[in-house]
Design a protein around this ligand. Structure first.
Ligand code: BV8
Ligand code: ZN
Length: 241
């Protein structure tokens, strides 16, 4: 396997997707061929879906909270956390995952591009999003105790913009001085704008790597592709950096 070289000028940007959490027992999106209880995920994870049937959407997220709450980080998460420990501010992690496992594995320089499963906010007033691990019983739509509006998961749904400051933080990191290495792990490269990061990294002269169990939709954009499970491959890459 080619070696991922990291020297004192290297700045490592890691992007993760659902594949990194698969070995922790969390289902990927493509694995369930994009369906949840016969609903296309793009439909349930959307503002339209929430307007149409908020109880169904809360049932979907309550089930995912139940499924994720006892999961532990795996060897892939731990390798990514070790890279942060070694590189400090020459490391940044952008994750598409909402399961919180990277923080549990020790990462602190994390941008949760698509939000967090265990955080809830009010769909009406601008009270701060708050930690909420509640698995709401089927049929309930929790209400805001400040304005009476509907509560919603603090998740970026399909058709919703990502937080501008999150995207800015990733762009800023990519464009700073040094030798940029971009490593995408466990992502099918299907969802934008995260799927476009590899193109930006290349334009900035970065060396781009993909570690994934299968070929990805944007796989052709990467200089290197290492096919395999992140829990197996990342510890080996780490050992040689
Ligand atoms: C936006 C929160 C501006 C939800 C998520 C064209 C038409 C229509 C829409 C669009 C379009 N072009 C762009 C868009 C917009 C859309 C999009 O990209 N759609 C896609 C489907 C075409 N993007 C958006 O809407 C984004 N917002 O663009 O705003 C805008 C506004 C209005 C209109 C247009 C544009 C918002 C995107 C965020 C959506 N929210 N998550 C939730 O989680 O409940 S995305 C969600 O799906 C996940 O967060 C995750 O990011 C994504 C699934 O992707 P992956 O993480 O890659 O997971 P996946 O299962 O796909 O792949 C796993 C991979 O791992 C596989 O390849 C597998 O081989 C591999 N694997 C498995 N096991 C392992 C492994 N690899 C290694 N080791 C293993 N063990
Ligand atoms: Zn409110």
């Amino acid at each position: 396997m080619e070696t991922l070289r990291i020297d004192e000028r290297t700045r490592l940007l890691v992007l993760t997707g659902a594949g990194v959490s698969a070995e922790s027992g969390i289902a990927t999106f493509r694995g369930s061929d994009g369906l949840w209880e016969n609903h296309p995920i793009e439909q349930v994870a959307s503002p339209e879906g929430f307007r149409e049937d908020p109880a169904l959407v809360w049932h979907f997220y309550s089930q995912r909270r139940a499924g994720a709450k006892d999961c532990q980080p795996n060897a892939g998460h731990l390798a990514i956390s070790e890279w942060e420990r070694r590189l400090g501010d020459r490391f940044l992690l952008a994750t598409q995952n909402v399961d919180g496992l990277h923080r549990q594995a020790g990462n602190r320089r994390v941008v949760e591009l698509h939000g967090n499963l265990f955080t809830t906010r009010c769909a009406r007033c601008d009270r701060r999003p708050f930690e909420d691990r509640t698995e709401y019983p089927e049929g309930t739509v929790p209400r805001c105790d400040e304005c009476g509006g509907r509560l919603r998961p603090h998740i970026v749904w399909f058709g919703e913009m990502l937080e501008p400051e999150d995207l800015f933080r990733v762009e800023q990191f990519m464009s700073e001085e040094g030798r940029l290495v971009f490593l995408a792990v466990g992502t099918s490269g299907a969802v934008w704008p995260a799927a476009g990061f590899v193109d930006e990294a290349r334009e900035l002269g970065g060396e781009t790597w993909l570690v994934n169990a299968d070929p990805a939709e944007n796989g052709g954009s990467f200089h290197r592709f290492v096919r395999g499970k992140s829990g197996d491959v990342l510890p080996i890459l780490l050992e040689f950096t």
